[in-house]
Ligand binder design. Structure first.
Ligand SMILES: NC(=O)c1ccc[n+]([C@@H]2O[C@H](COP(=O)([O-])OP(=O)(O)OC[C@H]3O[C@@H](n4cnc5c(N)ncnc54)[C@H](OP(=O)(O)O)[C@@H]3O)[C@@H](O)[C@H]2O)c1
Length: 325
């Protein structure tokens, strides 16, 4: 097998593509021949040593992947050799093979391609938990999505629309805004050229968005939160901008607003049954054609450094998928 190895927390430039002995699964584990893996922003943070979780060195990055089970360890009940699976294991996905705990892998319904499956769990799992569980989004409410053309952003547009909400998609370019329109966004704001607060005022008749989905952070967060509606909910998803914002809490008081933290990985670990219920609903929406990962760019697994470069320079629209032949 081959895999990208992170030997030090020095960023994507220092990863090495190496041959390694094909691993055998231990108790409760399976070996997967990886067909596709997708890039999530936390993958970039992990190899820089900036993520909340620091795996012991050396390790193979790549949180999310899909493939075919090749070997099964003792005690594994729900998977067998040949089963097509998708998994979110935190690490291990950027290679030709990986060994992962069977508990983090799920058999794929036949309608899923490997590419869609590899781009699904993290972005849609996070976003469903955020909008439907944490924010209790209701049909007819208005959702502002920041960084709306990115991985979790595109999932947020689709899930909010599937739930009957009105979506204002905000991004850094006209090109990204145009993509959001094709995904069903009702209105867009280019926050590089337009004033976010003025536009929100116009688009909501002065009321403000009921829910703000924020994977970006930095100065955008306070600007958006100042515009939130009465009883609004701010979803803290992430800080792709690199800056963790601090908010004056009087703003929450004045609007009767809530600030809701979202940590899907921990939710999936602590509340596996609730997470499974969310994933069932998402799979149903996928089969009904209501949601589908936006995969505009595919690269060979050996091109991982290029993939990281595109993500780090804000050039990924939707999800970037890496494939093995
Ligand atoms: N809480 C959770 O459970 C959870 C789960 C998954 C991901 N996340 C977090 O969600 C965030 C987005 O993840 P993602 O996988 O969707 O990433 P992504 O596809 O790269 O999207 C991030 C978006 O952030 C915007 N951005 C602003 N400043 C940026 C910068 N300096 N570098 C890169 N992007 C920048 C970009 O949109 P514009 O160019 O339009 O501004 C970009 O499209 C990350 O912070 C990630 O850690 C959290």
């Amino acid at each position: 097998m081959h895999a990208w190895i992170c030997e030090e927390f020095a960023g994507p430039e220092r990863l090495v593509w190496k041959e390694a002995p094909t691993p055998e699964p231990g108790k409760g584990e399976v070996r997967v021949a990886i067909k596709a893996a997708s890039l999530n922003f936390p993958d970039l943070l992990i190899v820089q040593g900036k993520y909340q979780m620091r795996p012991p060195l050396p390790f193979v990055p790549g949180a999310e992947f899909a493939g075919v089970v090749e070997a099964v360890g003792d005690g594994v009940k729900h998977l067998s050799v040949g089963t097509q699976v998708a998994g979110f294991a935190g690490v291990g996905g950027f290679g030709t093979h990986t060994v992962a705990p069977a508990a983090v892998l799920m058999p794929l319904p036949p309608v899923f391609s490997f590419e869609d499956a590899a781009a699904f769990l993290c972005t849609y799992g996070t976003t469903y938990h955020a909008l439907m569980d944490r924010a209790q989004l209701k049909a007819g409410e208005t959702v502002l999505v920041l960084g709306a053309a990115g991985g979790v952003g595109t999932a947020a547009i689709q899930i909010a629309k599937a739930a009957g909400a009105r979506v204002i998609a905000a991004t850094s370019s006209d090109d990204k805004c145009a993509l959001c329109k094709t995904l069903g966004a009702d209105a867009t704001i280019n926050y590089s050229t337009q004033n976010l607060r003025d536009e929100l005022k116009t688009l909501t008749d002065g009321k403000g968005p009921d829910v703000i989905y924020d994977p970006v952070g930095g100065d955008l967060t306070e600007a958006a939160f100042r515009s939130i509606a009465w009883r609004g909910r701010l979803l803290v998803i992430g800080f792709a901008n690199g800056q963790i914002p601090a908010l004056p809490l009087n703003l929450a008081l004045l609007k009767g607003a809530s600030i809701l933290g979202v940590f899907w990985g921990e939710f999936a670990k602590r509340e596996p049954q609730n997470n499974a219920a969310c994933l069932m609903q998402l799979a149903a929406w996928y089969m009904e054609g209501k949601i589908k990962p936006v995969v505009e760019q595919k690269l060979a697994m050996a091109d991982l450094p290029r993939a990281f470069e595109l993500m780090g320079s804000r050039q990924v629209r939707g999800k970037l998928v890496l494939t093995n032949p």
